[in-house]
Design a protein around this ligand. Structure first.
Ligand SMILES: N[C@@H](CCC(=O)N[C@@H](CS)C(=O)NCC(=O)O)C(=O)O
Length: 199
């Protein structure tokens, strides 16, 4: 079997953790390479876009961009719709998750006395609009109904960042108006293979 290696930073969150989860759920044996600070400075220039996660597959090559990695794993291991249109809709949702991270970046960079108010404004404004748009595209409990796909892992990890207290001043309540998103979160969290990964 071809050797598979996923490189990401040494914590169980962010854009790499959903790729680890996807590999685990797909039943792929992989080297879970946890990059430490000083090591990153040395390897950054050798990665396709100067960022992690990066997936290396023996005989195939090196792939960056979390959504591309998720889609590849999903397509090969029945965790992404075969139907081209449905698949593209899942890719759009994964892109929307990246958009939210990109919009949040400058808000998280605010360190002065506006730190708390900027985060609250984001939680009450942009995040509500984002959650409402995503909620409308979830059949329930997963995006595609009863079947878990990589898109659900992407949304789960993003929501977990806030629900888990990873962002000061934006907590669990940010999703309180969105029952489908909460159900998706709980369904991924209690999926036997996800439970198994964290055991
Ligand atoms: N759009 C990229 C973003 C990758 C990205 O920004 N990764 C961050 C960690 S989540 C990173 O590598 N940061 C370190 C750096 O830029 O030097 C993806 O989805 O993979």
């Amino acid at each position: 079997m071809a050797r598979v290696k996923l490189s990401y930073f040494d914590f169980s969150g962010g854009r790499g953790e959903d790729c680890r989860l996807a590999l685990h759920i797909a039943g792929i044996e992989f080297e879970d390479s946890r990059v430490q600070g000083p090591q990153w400075a040395e390897m950054k220039a050798s990665t396709p876009f100067g960022a992690l996660p990066v997936l290396e597959v023996e005989g195939a090559g090196t792939l960056a961009q979390s959504n591309a990695i998720l889609e590849l794993i999903g397509r090969k291991h029945d965790l992404h719709p075969e139907d081209v249109w449905a698949g593209a809709q899942h890719v759009a949702l994964m892109g929307a998750a990246e958009d939210l991270r990109a919009h949040l970046g400058p808000v998280l960079a605010i360190k002065d006395e506006n730190r708390e108010s900027a985060r609250k404004e984001f939680a009450e404004g942009k995040m509500q609009a984002w959650a409402s748009n995503v909620e409308a595209q979830v059949q329930g409990p997963f995006v595609a109904g009863d079947k878990l796909n990589v898109v659900d892992l992407k949304l789960f990890m993003l929501m977990r960042w806030f629900i888990g207290g990873g962002v000061d001043h934006i907590g669990l309540e940010v999703f309180s108006a969105f029952p489908k998103l909460k159900a998706l979160y709980e369904s991924v969290q209690t999926h036997p293979k996800v439970v198994d990964w964290y055991a």
